[in-house]
Design a protein around this ligand. Structure first.
Ligand code: FES
Ligand code: FES
Length: 167
């Protein structure tokens, strides 16, 4: 069974050593997904696999037979951006932009995790509804580093969408 990336089926690589990140960037030319550390430390390579965010540098492509992968290119386009992509632009939530695809993919999953009531370390209790407070967003985005330090505007962009304040 092939792997599906942004609604298109692809054969997996023959080489079992190829990471999902390198498969996306080199074999499929989907260079929106960035390689920062290649060691699972920075989050620049974050993509969605079956709707769940992962560090694609830490995952071998051949382990994703039958999976559905969404990269930053699959979330929206310049003409039809996702709500989060638009919010990042509106809030100027970037400087160099290198971390931004990973930030947006991660935040896309974060919003679904909050809706589903997944717990985080930001809350004292597992009871009650999870709300997208700045503290929740910072905790849940802690795996995505930004060397430019655009964190304040990143949190603002995510807050807007997570709270239903954007289109
Ligand atoms: Fe994957 Fe840094 S490149 S976490
Ligand atoms: Fe430059 Fe985040 S905008 S690393």
């Amino acid at each position: 069974m092939p792997i599906t990336v942004n609604d298109t089926a692809h054969d997996l690589p023959d080489d079992p050593r190829v990471s999902l990140l390198d498969f996306l960037r080199t074999d499929l030319s989907l260079t929106g997904t960035k390689k920062g550390c290649d060691h699972g430390q920075c989050g620049a390579c974050t993509v969605l696999v079956n709707g769940v965010r992962i560090n694609s540098c830490l995952s071998l492509a051949v382990t994703h037979e039958g999976d559905t992968v969404t990269t930053i290119e699959g979330l929206g386009t310049p003409d039809a951006p996702s709500a989060l992509q638009q919010a990042f632009v509106d809030h100027d939530a970037m400087q160099c932009g290198y971390c931004t695809p990973g930030q947006v993919c991660s935040a896309t999953a974060l919003i679904e995790e909050i809706k589903a009531g997944w717990p985080s370390d930001a809350r004292k209790s597992l009871d009650g509804k999870v709300t997208p407070t700045p503290e929740e967003i910072r905790e849940r985005m802690s795996g995505n580093l930004c060397r430019c330090g655009a964190y304040a505007n990143i949190v603002a962009a995510i807050s807007e969408v997570a709270s239903g304040g954007a289109k």
